[in-house]
Design a protein around this ligand. Structure first.
Ligand SMILES: Cc1cc2nc3c(=O)[nH]c(=O)nc-3n(C[C@H](O)[C@H](O)[C@H](O)COP(=O)(O)OP(=O)(O)OC[C@H]3O[C@@H](n4cnc5c(N)ncnc54)[C@H](O)[C@@H]3O)c2cc1C
Length: 387
């Protein structure tokens, strides 16, 4: 079923194969247990790092593979087909912290943080959300105050994916003063490492899905951050976060397409196997139509994703396409996994069969990196931006 809107090149097919074989050999045997135990396997980071998968879009100059976006997303889909928790770790790392360092980091920051991230020696995380600032991320309250050359940070970041394991966390904080609030322009980005005094890991979320991806709060209590940890320009942090999310959303779309593809494959196989009224249920037109609709939606979501990726690789601005791809793919993942459970009947509702986990994993794709409502706002706004 592996295909793309435009035929994949030999190199893209090779990387896709590497990702597929890795996922089947190194992840698939453990996925069910990792989900059950909410277990994050650190060895998987090292193994993915050895393949170069933690620096997929980072130029070779900074120890990455220097691949284009489409190749990265094709590989990410293969990982997500097997395990959406591993996929989100890969997506966040490749789309957000590493890209932010590549785009706005100083040469010294690239040497110190980007290179080991790209080699997979360090894992990256992204901390924008706060308990009171989700969709309205610009209302975040974590405060950074100058103290000599350093910054002192106080606040709580919420929902940080890979937060217990993140070695390099790109965190957004206010650098405007409480008496002179500048809205989104008062936010800056800092490169945070867990060794900073005043850093601690707070509550770990007990989630419906993506249970093998640790999602935590991070607490900054009078955390002293050296001045050279400011990323780019002071006051540009929110812009950096939003521009990065344009790309991050393609990663979540690939994760969603992977979840939906997995559900489709399981449903196709089960419908051929399961017999009722003396014949396989795939003989019933009601089931055939469901499978046909599922296949159409997966193909449409993938086509939009690949189109968006190639637009990005041509250097085009993809704010609207990124949101369209993410919205379409995440709603596809939710719809297709729901249909898959229906095709499995009662067996779809129990943990013994894989579609139950896929259904739980799909839901969050409609929530993080911008909810479906926020994606619709972005898409609608872009419709008027050229008029
Ligand atoms: C598993 C998981 C992992 C995550 N990982 C990260 C991470 O690594 N880093 C990070 O920074 N964040 C992360 N997040 C946070 C995520 O991005 C937020 O949950 C998301 O942006 C929504 O914010 P919220 O949960 O506060 O919901 P709210 O913003 O409170 O939204 C509640 C509801 O109101 C709707 N709503 C809000 N505003 C509007 C509006 N203007 N118009 C219409 N409807 C609206 C929303 O769509 C939603 O339905 C993660 C979240 C989860 C669940």
């Amino acid at each position: 079923m592996a295909w793309a809107l435009t035929p994949l090149t030999e190199e893209q097919r090779e990387i896709q194969k590497v990702a597929r074989e890795f996922a089947l050999a190194e992840i698939a045997p453990y996925s069910e247990a990792w989900d059950r135990d909410q277990y994050f396997e650190p060895a998987i980071v090292a193994k993915l790092g050895a393949l170069g998968f933690l620096g997929m879009m980072i130029p070779e100059q900074y120890d990455g593979l220097g691949l284009d976006t489409l190749t990265y997303l094709v590989a990410l889909e293969e990982i997500a087909i097997v395990d959406a928790s591993v996929a989100v770790m890969l997506s966040v790392h490749n789309s957000l912290p590493t890209q932010m360092l590549l785009r706005w980091g100083s040469e010294e920051q690239k040497e110190r943080f980007l290179k080991p991230l790209a080699r997979g020696e360090l894992l990256g995380a992204f901390a924008l959300s706060e308990p009171e600032a989700g969709s309205d991320a610009a209302s975040l309250q974590t405060q950074a105050v100058r103290d000599g050359d350093d910054w002192i940070l106080n606040g709580t970041k919420a929902w940080v994916s890979s937060g217990t394991k993140g070695d390099v966390i790109l965190a957004m904080a206010r650098t405007d003063s409480p008496d002179d609030r500048r809205g989104a322009r008062g936010i800056s980005t800092f490169i945070i490492t867990p060794d900073l005094p005043g850093f601690s890991i707070g509550k770990k979320e007990d989630k419906m899905g993506l249970r093998a991806s640790p999602t935590v709060q991070l607490r900054f209590s009078d955390m002293r951050v050296p001045g050279d940890r400011l990323l780019g320009q002071q006051g540009n942090g929110f812009i950096y976060a939003m521009q990065s999310l344009d790309n991050g959303r393609l990663g979540i779309a690939a994760q969603s397409v992977g979840i939906a593809e997995a559900a489709l494959r399981h449903a196709v196989a089960y419908a051929a196997e399961r017999k009722q009224f003396g014949k396989p249920i795939k003989e019933f037109q009601a089931i055939q139509f469901k499978l046909a609709d599922m296949a159409c939606r997966v193909a449409s979501a993938r086509a939009l994703l690949h189109m968006s990726a190639t637009a990005k690789d041509r250097g085009e601005r993809i704010t609207q396409f990124g949101s369209m791809a993410k919205l379409t793919a995440s709603e596809t993942a939710m719809w297709v996994t729901t249909q898959a459970i229906q095709i499995f009947g009662g067996y779809g509702y129990v943990k013994e069969y894989p579609v139950e986990r896929l259904f739980r994993d799909a839901k969050v794709t409609e929530i993080y990196e911008g909810t479906s409502e926020i994606q619709r706002i972005v898409i609608a706004r872009e419709l008027y931006s050229h008029t």
